[in-house]
Design a protein around this ligand. Structure first.
Ligand SMILES: [Mn+2]
Length: 335
């Protein structure tokens, strides 16, 4: 599918031509693609003379502290709720990056939904909601960073510098799992090459993005794989869980469980991996799959979630034991 078709792009450029103040917002628990695409667009539009505020609905993992000027992003907390309303005023242009539904910005969803400002969605998740004035949704794409790069190539190529390239490369790299997922297309690698030509340090970004564990986090992974994992061989399925006790034992920080769900996939014969995480008021569930096993469908249909064909998330309001029992009861029919 052609991205940013001429007539749609023109509408967006017309809006930008009015030189509005810009708000960029991404999903809660922002990941490499969310942070990278948001900061890249902020740096880029500021270079072009716009006034830009970048909002994160919740804190980002400390191992992304190195992202250029990420400290300028405004991280939402309950106590400054009212001050955030100003970022949704009617005179603004709001870019919504790397999410497909207002609920994904958590406590800020009310402001976003009620805002009279024009809302531009740029995203690659399946089935975007209809809450946006312009919708640049391309689910087959590697990352939101690739879409932001496309937009830059169509708007003003000269503003793309090394810092912006580093932000974009981060999302490109992390959302493709280091260029391993099937969403990695020729365009993805062409883009990576162009970013390298801007002088980024690709090896360093890889290490910062992937080889950044605390020792506790490594031990947590080992513990869960050894003690909290079940394999259903004939279904090529692995599932794991993390209960509150384990969290306390390993002194888990936000983001520490990120990536654990991918580990069972390192076994050649395992096609699906599911991770259940006990949170304060719910169980968060992550799904990963290989080939044509559609975990987006499973997450949507049974666990109030969604995502991509090979990577999705969901949740359950039941206890951990009940959730696991429910999941086990589904195994014979859904896999
Ligand atoms: Mn993404």
């Amino acid at each position: 599918m052609e991205r940013f078709p001429e007539n749609e792009l023109k509408k967006l450029l017309d809006e930008l031509g009015k030189r509005p103040p810009i708000t960029i917002i991404t999903h809660f628990n922002p990941d490499g693609d969310a942070i990278g695409s948001s900061m890249a667009l902020k740096l880029y539009l500021e270079k072009l003379g716009f006034s830009v505020d970048c909002l994160f609905p919740s804190p980002f993992p400390p191992y992304y502290n190195w992202i250029p000027r990420v400290a300028e992003a405004k991280v939402y907390t309950e106590k400054d709720k009212q001050s955030f309303e100003t970022y949704f005023s009617a005179d603004r242009l709001i870019f919504c990056l790397d999410f497909n539904h207002p609920s994904r910005v958590n406590q800020l969803s009310e402001f976003l939904t009620n805002s009279k400002a024009k809302k531009i969605l740029i995203d690659h998740h399946e089935e975007p909601s209809s809450n946006f004035d312009m919708c640049f949704s391309y689910p087959g794409s590697s990352s939101t960073c690739e879409l932001i790069y496309d937009f830059m190539m169509r708007y003003d190529t000269s503003a793309l510098d090394k810092d912006i390239a580093s932000c974009l490369y981060t999302g490109l790299l992390t959302d493709t799992g280091g260029f391993q997922f099937s969403s990695t297309h020729p365009s993805t690698l062409h883009m990576a090459a162009n970013l390298m030509e801007k002088g980024i340090n690709a090896t360093e970004i890889y290490n910062l993005a992937f080889n950044n564990f605390s020792l506790n986090r490594l031990k947590l992974f080992g513990h869960c794989i050894s003690n909290n994992m079940k394999i259903v061989e004939d279904k090529k399925l692995a599932y794991m869980w993390i209960d509150r006790r384990t969290k306390t034992k390993f002194d888990i920080q936000d983001g520490d469980t990120e990536g654990l769900v991918n580990y069972p996939m390192k076994v050649l014969d395992i096609e699906v991996s599911v991770l259940f995480k006990q949170d304060y008021d719910k169980i968060r569930i992550s799904f990963r799959s290989k080939n044509d096993v559609d975990v987006n469908k499973i997450a949507r249909q049974y666990f109030n979630g969604g995502g991509h064909i090979n990577a999705a998330g969901g949740m359950s309001k039941q206890s951990l034991d009940e959730t696991l029992a429910y999941f086990e009861s589904l195994i014979p029919t859904i896999f």
